[in-house]
Structure formats: C-alpha cells, structure tokens
Design a protein around this ligand. Structure first.
Ligand code: SF4
Length: 183
C-alpha cells in the first residue's frame, strides 16, 4: 500500500516511520501550520528534513497557512478538546488531500506516538477527513514506542521541543512549568 505519513516533527517520526515502512511504501508530509512562531516551525521542519536526508525518507512540505489554522481554531478551547480536534482536522485534512493528489491509498500520522495527544480524537478526525476525499486512514497507536522514540531522538541529538506547537500551547506549557516550580 502507498501510505502518506503526516509527521509533526523529527523525534515523533522515528518509530512510526520504521514500523509503517516495514509494511508499506511510505512517503512523509510535513503539514503543520499550527506551529508558532515561524522560527519554531522551521526548526522542527529542518530537524525532520535532516533525518530524512540521511535516511532516504521522502518528505513533502505543505503550505504554512497560519491564517487558515487560526480561523479553524478561533473561539475553541483546549479543555473541551475542540481546539485540538480542529487543529488535527486542518493538518490531517491537508495530508489527506495531498494523498489523493499523489494517488496514494492511505494516510497515517505520527501524532499517534505522543502520550500527550488524545488517540480517539486523532482516529475520529483522521477517519473523517480521509473519508471526505476517498482515501483510507490507517489507525495506529504507537504510544508504547514513545520511550524508544525519546531515547533514539536524544541519541541522534535531535531538537526536542517542550510544547505541543501552537501559540496557545506555548503559553500553557510555560504556565504549567511555573505551577510545578511553585509546588
Ligand atoms: S495544543 Fe497541540 S494539538 Fe492542540 S491546538 Fe495546540 S498545537 Fe494543536
């Protein structure tokens, strides 16, 4: 099967790519207009591209359309899960459309390796956006590989971010660290 793997960053690519490439023809797409600021977006992208270049991984970069992302999440909150669902929809929707343009059969995402993301939301949104354009969504759960992904990315000296990606999550991560420090 020809599978397009949406990748959020280099460290999260490692384990899902190896697992999926063992069974499928895998190409990677970097579709992450959620990441703020642009310098952070480029740093994560360049980390991914450096690993890809060294390991023969093909990567497509899609538009960094931050206006569309902001419009999609406007007024939505994190607590209900709606903001992150809308964020997944923008990114996985772009990946699904790109898969159809390439003539690929299916889409998966490296978001499935993170214990900080809601797997049910990823699955529901992924299945939905893929059904809209007629490709399959490969449901994966790589959370049991997160420790290994962390170990490998450290060993490789990869840049590892300390917040999810959007401007809201940057502030939330700072506040959470501050709260932990006070405790
Ligand atoms: S916290 Fe992460 S998943 Fe949620 S909206 Fe921000 S970047 Fe997207």
């Amino acid at each position: 099967m020809k599978l397009l793997l949406h990748a959020c960053c280099g460290p999260c690519l490692l384990e899902p790519y190896d697992a999926l490439a063992a069974e499928h023809e895998v190409r990677v797409v970097y579709a992450n207009p959620n990441i703020h600021p642009r310098a952070e977006y480029e740093r994560r992208r360049d980390t991914l591209l450096a690993y890809a270049a060294e390991n023969g991984v093909v990567v497509d970069e899609l538009d960094y359309d931050t206006d569309a992302w902001e419009a999609a999440v406007a007024g939505l909150d994190r607590e209900s899960g709606e903001r992150c669902r809308a964020c997944f929809r923008v990114r996985l929707g772009a990946a699904a459309r790109h898969a159809t343009e390439l003539g690929y059969d299916a889409v998966a995402t490296t978001l499935a390796v993170s214990p900080y993301q809601d797997p049910d939301s990823i699955r529901e949104v992924g299945e939905d956006v893929c059904a809209e354009v007629g490709v399959a969504f490969v449901v994966t759960d790589f959370r049991d590989r997160y420790r290994e992904a962390t170990r490998r990315s450290r060993e490789l000296g990869m840049y590892r971010q300390n917040y999810c990606g959007c401007r809201y999550s940057e502030t939330e991560a700072i506040e959470a660290r501050e709260a932990r420090r006070k405790r």
